[in-house]
Each structure stands twice: as structure tokens, then as C-alpha cells.
Design a protein. Structure first.
Length: 654
């Protein structure tokens, strides 16, 4: 070990020796320089005192505190102790072998008889090499999961305080003949109590799209209906036997949102009687019938009926699903789960774009009808909302739902929180229909929650996403960019799915509010740029060199919309309303969504025909800017907070 630095001098070797003579022990540290002994330090210690070295890495505060407590407990136990321990503690912040070697030599110079510590694999290898070389016991609470092969190749002088259970586990499995086991373990990194971001994403996607994917099917089916008009509009009057006018196309798009408004009234009647789960199961009836009408219709009125029925099913889903997700999820997963709903909606749109552009209207409808049928067959096995079950005094099933949702056995704290939430609902259980709606506008926290919902829903609907996505094929044709319209449509579908997936991945780290404040300017700049292009084109400027601009900007707009304005509102709505007003609030929110979307689609069609494409786009730009200002002023952050904490904050800030 040449080149070691010990207190500012350079030595070629260092060693430590502990010997016992009679009633005394002598601890020597020998240092050599240029093949000769340069210094010899001799320290004597009484039999009643033993020097212990301890080396910890930064971030191991709990282990350090446990070590200090153990030392103090031993030294203060005057009646039973035979010796007193003297600890020399060093905390390192690097795995650099040279710096660590200096620190070890410093410990040896103090005459320690053994060392303890909690270190990483890199540091462990260096420490263990020294302990083997000088036969100095090194005791650690655990061996790191990935231990580098020590230079000695042996573990003679390294001791782990944690026993090895592998042999016992293998013997148990063999004895009972188990085929599958779940092994829950605690690691020294974070343990199972603290799940990493990547694991959180796996849990979220697994809970909603793998193990229990039926809930996602219902949302994807709404995406199929939302996106159906985009690949279908180019087919009308060009291959489809059904001939329609521009005005009829606008109504085909719009009537689905009329149905959403009608469907939003259904939860008010059903949700508190048959539960959130039962209400969601009801949605399959209008959805299945709607695909039959859409696929088999030979006249426009039947298409209208199919679109209205589709809207009714989606209206129920939009009102109930955010509430269902908000009530079955923990505060850590509520934000990602809520935003995931919008991502699944976008996946449905992408699927209908991908298959609908190449097949007939009938085939498209029959394939799409499989979604609600599959949902009906699978969702019945999922649990009911714990809030609804608690309200019905079914505490046993409510506890099971919490265990399923949170993935743990002890849910007493969460169940007590839900009981407190439901108590406020019981106080209002005798309210009339009129009084329930009045509660939204008379209580401070409910007024603020409804204001937040209107701001976010305005960003979802009035910023122009519905008409731009529905009529995007016309935008590409008017721009004159020579690229396949089908390719452009699929590109926008991919963009909105990627944006939503990104949102789900980072929302727990960034919070929902920041994503909204980032997404709105992206949409605003994109809309203004597209409007500028078409206005210059309308007044005669030569924009032939920039025909690609609208296509690129539409994709950027869709990405910004899918990144924040689309997924975040649904997550907020599921958590900001108190239990006593959730049902009327869900109805009002769905009605506002339906009315505003219907109005904005018709507004786009009329303004585009009267003035040109740039006119409605400038309006959408102004609305997006206004929404951004309102979000900045009035929308708080709710990520990582319990439902009770959110209500307290809304009540306190009014």
C-alpha cells in the first residue's frame, strides 16, 4: 500500500497491532517510510476501555443513530458492563479508494480493535480488503446487494448482522411444494415503504392496464368514439355510400357531445343507489347499441342516433370514472391515475385513426364494439369504491377495496380518513335536489372547487382541440402540403399519446399545476402561428415555401394539449369536490363539457366558412391565453395531498 498519506506525511506502508499483556492491552500503529520504520506510536488503554471504529456513508442517518444509541445504552449500563466502548466515528461522502484508505489508516492509528459501518458496494470492497489484510473485524448491518469481489477473495473478517434467509426459504418452498411465492423484502436503499418513480409507473400501469385492464377498456372505447369522426369524415362522399353535407358533418361531430350532456344526468340518479361500479357497468348498454347504429346506418338520422347514444355512454364515464379513480387510489397514485385516464382516451383515438383510415365504416364499428363487450365481461370483478361502501356502512368490503388499491394489509389510517369524509356527507344526506346544487355555490370550498373545474374544463374544450382534431384533414388540404393526410392524422394521434404518457410519468415529480402552466403556452404559440399562416395565405402572400408549417404546428399543438390541458383536468375534478357535492358537481361538469364542446365545434365550422380557417384559430389563441392566466391565479397544486387535505386548503384560502 504505497503512497498512503497519514497526517500530511507520505509513507510506504502502515499496519496496526493489538496485543494483551497481563491486565493491560497495548495498541500499536506502525508506519514505515522508504523501507524503514519512521515512527512508532504506542498507546495504552485500561482493560475497562475498548476502542471501536465506525465508518458510515452520508444518508445513513438511521443506522448512525442506532449505533449511537447502542453505544450509549452499553456504556450507561454500569451494573452489567465489563468494559466501556470508545467510538471513533467518520462519515464519508465518496467511494474514492485513496481517500477511503487514508480514513481507514486514521482509524487504525487510533488503536481500534474492530470497525463497524454501513456503506455502498464500492466502499465495502475497499474496507473489506483492509480488514482482511490486517485481520481487523468489520461488522456491517448488511452486505450490499451487489458486492464487488474483494481483493482477498474471502469474507473471513467481514460480518453481516442480517442473517441469510435464502436457505430457509428454499427449504420451506420444497417442504410445502409451493409453485409460486411472493417475496416481500426490505432493502437498505429505500425499502418497500418508499417506491421509486419507475416502480410507481409500473404499479399504476399494471393496476389499470394489465392486472385490471377492464377499467381502461371503457376509457379507450370513449377514445374510439371521440376519434371516430376524424378518419370517417374523409370517407363521406368518397367511397362511403352515405353522402353528407358540411353542415351534417358538423352535427355528426357535435351530437356526440349533446349525448355527453344527457349522459351526465344519469349518474345523479344511479350513482348513490347502485354505486360507482354499477353505474359504469350501465354505460355498456348505450355504447354497444351506438356502434350497431353507426356501422349499419344507411341514412344520416341513424348516424345521429348512434352518436347521441355514444355520447350518453361517454357522458356517464366522464362523470363517474374520475370519481371512481379518486376514491380507490392513494394520494401518491391519484394524480398519475387521473392523468392516465386521459392517456387511455388518447390511445383509443390513436387506435381508431390507425384502423379507421384503411377499413370501411361497418368494419370499424364492429371491431370497436368489442371494447364495451369486453369491459362488461371483465369489470364486474373489480371492487366498488371504498367511499361508496363506507357510506353504505359496508366496512368489510371497503377495507378490502383499500387493500387492493393501496397494495398493503394495514389500511386502518386510510379507512378512518374515509369515515371522516363520509361523515360530512351524512350531515347533508337529507338535502333536497335543489339544496344539493345550492351547496356548490354557498360553501366557500365548493365555490372555489367549481371555479377551478370551470377553468380547467375551459382549457380542455374551448382551446379548440375537438374541432382541430375532427377537421384536421381539411386543414392539411387547405395548407397544400403534399403529404398523405392519413399519415398526418396518425402522426397527431401518436403525438397526443406520447404527450399523455410523458405527463403520467412526471406528474408526481412536477405536480399538476406546473404541467398546465407549461402546456398552455405551447398550445397558444402553435395556434397563433397556424392562424398567421392561413391569414397570410388568405390575403395573397406567397406561402408556398411554408406549406409544411401547419402540419408541424398542429402536431406541436396536439402534443402540448396532450401534455397538460387534456389529462390534468380529469385528475383535478376527481379530487377537489367534497363528498356531499360530488354527484351534482359531476353532473354540472359534464354538462359544461358537453355544451362548451358542442358550441366550439359549431363555432369553428361557421367561422371557417364565413371568414376562413384563421378566424377561429385566433379566437382559440386568445382563449388559451386567458385560461393560462386563470390557471396561474386560481388553480392550486393538489399533487401528493389527501382528499381531506385538499378540502381544508380549499376552505382556508377562500
Amino acid at each position: 500500500m504505497r503512497g498512503m498519506m497519514l497526517k500530511g506525511e507520505r509513507y510506504s506502508w502502515v499496519a496496526a497491532r493489538v496485543t494483551k499483556r497481563g491486565n493491560r492491552c497495548e495498541c500499536e500503529t506502525l508506519v514505515g517510510k522508504h523501507q524503514s520504520i519512521d515512527a512508532r506510536r504506542r498507546s495504552t488503554c485500561q482493560r475497562a476501555e475498548i476502542n471501536i471504529g465506525a465508518i458510515f456513508e452520508q444518508g445513513t442517518d438511521e443506522v448512525q443513530n442506532a449505533f449511537k444509541f447502542a453505544m450509549m445504552s452499553h456504556n450507561q449500563n454500569i451494573t452489567t458492563r465489563k468494559f466501556e466502548l470508545q467510538a471513533f466515528v467518520d462519515v464519508i461522502n465518496t467511494a474514492d479508494a485513496y481517500k477511503l484508505s487514508r480514513l481507514i489508516c486514521s482509524q487504525f492509528s487510533r488503536g481500534v480493535s474492530s470497525m463497524l459501518g454501513a456503506v455502498s458496494p464500492d466502499s465495502f470492497d475497499t474496507l473489506h480488503s483492509y480488514s482482511n489484510t490486517f485481520q481487523m473485524p468489520f461488522v456491517t448491518p448488511w452486505f450490499p446487494e451487489k458486492v464487488l469481489t474483494p481483493s482477498s477473495g474471502l469474507l473471513d473478517f467481514a460480518i453481516s448482522m442480517r442473517p441469510d434467509y435464502h436457505r430457509a426459504i428454499i427449504d420451506t418452498v420444497r417442504y410445502y411444494g409451493w409453485k409460486k411465492i411472493i417475496y416481500l423484502y426490505d432493502s437498505h436503499d429505500d425499502g418497500i415503504a418508499s417506491t421509486s418513480g419507475s416502480n410507481l409507473s409500473r404499479i399504476i400501469y399494471g393496476k389499470l392496464t394489465s392486472d385490471h385492464f377492464s377499467g381502461s377498456i371503457l376509457i379507450i372505447d370513449c377514445g374510439l368514439h371521440e376519434g371516430w369522426s376524424t378518419p370517417t369524415i374523409p370517407k363521406f362522399n368518397d367511397g362511403d355510400p352515405l353522402k353528407v353535407t358540411t353542415n351534417e358533418i358538423a352535427w355528426i361531430v357535435n351530437l356526440m357531445y349533446v349525448g355527453v350532456g344527457i349522459g351526465s344526468l344519469v349518474p345523479f340518479i344511479l350513482m348513490d343507489n347502485i354505486g360507482r361500479k354499477g353505474t359504469l357497468l350501465v354505460t355498456t348498454i348505450p355504447k354497444i347499441i351506438s356502434w350497431i347504429f353507426i356501422g349499419l346506418s344507411t341514412s344520416v338520422p341513424f348516424i345521429y342516433v348512434g352518436r347521441i347514444l355514444a355520447g350518453i355512454g361517454c357522458g356517464i364515464t366522464y362523470a363517474v370514472m374520475p370519481m371512481y379513480l379518486g376514491e380507490i387510489s392513494s394520494k401518491r397514485t391519484r394524480g398519475p391515475l387521473g392523468t392516465l385516464m386521459a392517456v387511455l382516451l388518447n390511445i383509443g383515438m390513436l387506435l381508431i385513426y390507425a384502423i379507421g383510415l384503411w377499413i370501411s365504416r361497418f368494419t370499424m364499428a364492429m371491431i370497436s364494439m368489442c371494447a364495451p363487450v369486453l369491459f362488461l365481461l371483465t369489470f364486474i370483478w373489480l371492487p366498488e369504491s371504498s367511499v361508496f361502501l363506507t357510506r353504505k356502512n359496508r366496512l368489510g368490503p371497503a377495507e378490502k377495496t383499500l387493500k387492493w388499491a393501496l397494495g398493503k394489509e394495514n389500511v386502518d389510517e386510510e379507512l378512518e380518513e374515509i369515515k371522516r369524509i363520509v361523515e360530512s356527507e351524512d350531515k347533508c344526506s337529507k338535502l333536497t335536489l335543489k339544496e344539493m346544487f345550492k351547496e356548490i355555490f354557498t360553501k366557500a370550498q365548493n365555490r372555489r372547487a367549481f371555479r377551478i373545474a370551470l377553468i380547467l374544463l375551459s382549457g380542455l374544450t374551448l382551446t379548440g382541440a375537438a374541432p382541430i382534431l375532427a377537421f384536421q384533414s381539411y386543414i392539411y388540404e387547405e395548407a397544400g402540403f403534399k403529404i398523405s393526410t392519413n399519415a398526418s392524422i396518425i402522426l397527431t394521434g401518436v403525438a397526443i399519446v406520447l404527450a399523455g404518457s410523458t405527463c403520467v410519468s412526471i406528474v408526481r415529480l412536477t405536480g399538476k399545476r406546473l404541467l398546465l402552466l407549461i402546456a398552455a403556452p405551447i398550445c397558444m404559440v402553435s395556434l397563433a402561428s397556424i392562424a398567421t399562416f392561413f391569414e397570410l395565405q388568405s390575403i395573397g402572400y406567397d406561402v408556398s415555401q411554408f406549406k409544411w408549417v401547419p402540419t408541424v404546428l398542429v402536431v406541436i399543438y396536439v402534443f402540448g394539449f396532450g401534455f397538460g390541458l387534456n389529462p390534468i383536468p380529469l385528475a383535478y375534478i376527481g379530487e377537489i369536490f367534497g363528498v356531499e357535492v360530488k354527484v351534482p358537481a359531476a353532473v354540472l361538469n359534464a354538462l359544461y363539457y358537453a355544451i362548451s364542446t358542442t358550441a366550439i365545434v359549431k363555432f369553428y365550422q361557421v367561422m371557417q366558412e364565413l371568414y376562413g380557417t384563421f378566424a377561429p384559430l385566433w379566437t382559440f389563441t386568445a382563449i388559451t391565453f386567458l385560461v393560462w392566466v386563470l390557471i396561474y391565479l386560481f388553480v392550486p397544486e393538489t399533487e401528493g395531498k389527501t382528499l381531506e387535505e385538499i378540502q381544508l386548503e380549499l376552505r382556508g384560502k377562500e
